[in-house]
Design a protein around this ligand. Structure first.
Ligand code: PLP
Length: 399
């Protein structure tokens, strides 16, 4: 087998996996890997979680798919539970983070349209943002490298520097439909916008008749120790997007909104064949069963602090490899001194999967069910990877 028949859009590691259990994956090379990437923050409950497997098997033996032309009880239940647990009154289900964000952008523009302000179409985003790879979400993210070669970026997006409230106040105006922001930028390298910056965004949005959209595709579903990040910072958006961890590995995305914000999304304005189908919604409900269970989110917070401390000690010991550690809950970035690609490879050789991000950061996004011992083991393996890199560097210096 080879990758020849695939679009060559990924630089894949020459490794696949045969089985998985919890935080562990067994590679095609027969080795056991400690998975601190969780498929980029997706397998929120680890691999082959018994409750998720049972939910999917049970759903698969009934009806797989009926489309959104009919009522879907699992989807209604998931929407009701997400609304109950958050600020939202309404939920639209999609298949991915990018599609959830497309729904959010359309929701904001329609809100303005039905409220007599059709000229308010612009969405203000933050430099370094990542909102997805559709043409709309690429324009929202504004990263030149991702836009190159795809023609004119979709119109209607303005960007402000990270955390710059003055620039935000200047840019948001009579044509702004919404401000859209990740509370913690994941792909940019785990960059946290502080409570004040998010509160400023809320205020500027309110002062200017704009909506506030939080992209919680990566931060959501327990990753920061609250169901969604906004609940930790206490700044409430009008629209919020979720995906990744919501399906624990089964594709699903969601756009949550207040009734007011969703007012323009009337029949026929948006749709999807697959979004929120029975299998996806059944798994989403099973994920919530666990994440909203007694004490689960407190544990995530406790383990997040533990991981941060364990990594801090490793980082301090290897200044030629690692510079610092940052993040919240179980969304952690190790800023590297060495090129992050080398660190990711050395970690993999030490049996540890981590994810590269912007700012030369190695991300740890472990399954939320990781135990303290497993998190300690991750820190130990990052330590081993650094020792290997230092030894190689020393050898090179002697040669
Ligand atoms: N938004 C954020 C914050 C993300 O981190 C990502 C993916 O990394 C996306 C949107 C896009 O999600 P998807 O790849 O499911 O379309």
């Amino acid at each position: 087998m080879s990758t020849n028949s695939l679009f060559q859009t990924y630089n894949r590691a020459d490794l696949s996996f045969e089985t998985g259990e919890g935080v562990w994956l067994v590679g095609s090379d027969g080795r056991r890997y400690l998975d601190m990437g969780a498929g980029i923050a997706v397998t929120s409950l680890g691999h082959a979680h018994p409750h998720l497997v049972a939910a999917l098997q049970d759903a698969a033996a009934k009806v797989w798919h009926t489309s959104n032309l009919y009522r879907i009880p699992e989807q209604e239940r998931l929407a009701a539970r997400l609304s109950e647990a958050t600020f939202a009154d309404r939920v639209f289900f999609a298949n991915s983070g990018a599609e959830a964000n497309e729904a959010a952008i359309k929701t904001a523009r329609r809100y303005q349209y039905v409220n007599g302000a059709p000229e308010r179409t612009r969405i203000v985003t933050v430099e370094g943002a990542f909102h997805g790879r559709t043409l709309g979400t690429l324009a929202a993210g504004g990263t030149p490298k991702y836009l190159e070669g795809f023609g004119e970026p979709l119109a209607g997006f303005d960007q402000v520097p990270f955390g710059d409230v003055e620039a935000l106040s200047r840019v948001v105006g009579p044509q702004t439909a919404a401000i859209m922001v990740e509370p913690v930028q994941g792909e940019a390298g785990v960059r946290t916008l502080d409570r004040q910056a998010l509160a400023d965004m809320r205020r500027v949005a309110d002062d200017n008749g704009a909506l506030l959209i939080f992209d919680e595709v990566q931060t959501g579903v327990g990753r920061l120790g609250t169901l969604f990040a906004y609940q930790a910072v206490g700044v409430v958006p009008d629209v919020l997007t979720s995906a990744k961890g919501l399906g624990g590995g089964f594709p699903i995305g969601a756009c949550l909104a207040t009734e007011r914000a969703a007012a323009g999304m009337t029949p026929g304005t948006h749709g999807t064949t697959f979004g929120g189908n029975r299998l996806a919604a059944a798994v989403g409900n099973a994920v919530l069963d666990v994440v909203l269970g007694d004490g689960f989110l407190e544990e995530v917070r406790r383990k997040g602090a533990f991981l941060m401390q364990a990594l801090g000690a490793v980082v301090d010991t290897h200044p030629d490899v690692y510079a610092s550690v940052r993040g919240e809950g179980l969304m952690v970035g190790v800023v590297c001194t060495m090129p992050v690609a080398k660190v990711v490879t050395a970690a993999r050789e030490a049996g540890l999967l981590v994810i590269p991000a912007g700012d030369n950061v190695a991300r740890l996004l472990p399954p939320l069910v990781a135990s303290e011992d497993e998190l300690r083991e991750a820190a130990d393996r990052l330590d081993a990877a650094a020792r290997e890199l230092e030894a190689t560097q020393a050898d090179a210096a002697v040669a």
